[in-house]
Design a protein around this ligand. Sequence first.
Ligand SMILES: Cc1ncc(COP(=O)(O)O)c(C=O)c1O
Length: 320
Amino acid sequence: MLKPTERIWHNGRFIAWEDAKIHVLSHVVSYASSVFEGIRCYETSAGPALFRLRDHVRRMLDSAKIYRINIDFSLDELADAMVDLVRVNRLRSCYVRPIVLRGYGELGVHGTKNPTEIYIACWEWGKYLGDEALKEGVDVCISSWNRIAPNTLPALAKSAANYMNAQLIRMEAQVNGYSEGIALDHAGSVSEGSGENVFVVRDGKIITPSLASSVLPGITRDTVVTLAAKLGFPVVEAVVPREMLYIADEVFFSGTAAEITPVRSIDRINVGNGRRGPITEALQKEFFAIVNGTVHDHYDWLTPVTAKALVEAAVVEVTA
Ligand SMILES: Cc1ncc(COP(=O)(O)O)c(C=O)c1O
């Protein structure tokens, strides 16, 4: 259950958590016309810091552009709003969820006359696939549901509609006793999990499906590629046949929620020896050292939420 915070950002001002409501006839409710992001704010020794904030905001603007949703705020304004939101809610670590949606107005499929509503919420959040998962790995299956095919729904957009597909994948997996499902693409090659990108390790080489395999261009995926290069592990984007998963030395997920999570079995076949592998572990170590602020952030991936004066104008607006 979500633990409410004090404020949610709406179209440029802060409102109370319980006032962040939309009408049931808002365009988004019938037609899934929203795009969104999920961003982690980590607790570091220098205070809270948002991970790859500008990259997430950029992807949200890209998603909106694909769907012809106009946004009247710049990347900088939205990024600043997220930093301010974490600050006004006085959280040390949290998950940040900006949502851009087509709101209340006309009701028909073509929604460009409906107003764009932007909400940003944040709340405290733990580990997505469970605390043990990062160390022990998770048991997953190949989903009977494929990922969305090219030129049906755009996979590069993080839109609500795509998550109907994700729900089918995830529900099926969990009903059958797995933590997660990996979906294949329209051609039967590996695509991604319901909320994670997939990496395969074989003979010291790391392989991940390319963007042509209906995957979300994950920010953590890009982080893994960058960190792997630094550690000297080559990463290639390739078509990954399903059976490559069964004979891999290591398989792991990447994602804002899942971070870097080892996969220990697929369809009840052990991945490698059924334990977290050395390359996965090395990447996790590097990743967590950066997000927890224990090593220098060479990449400028962390945006600090400094203790500067509260965004008083906005807070006054709400309390007045
Ligand atoms: C379908 C899907 N794939 C991949 C990812 C991983 O993306 P990111 O690392 O940007 O969180 C997510 C999470 O947002 C997702 O929902």
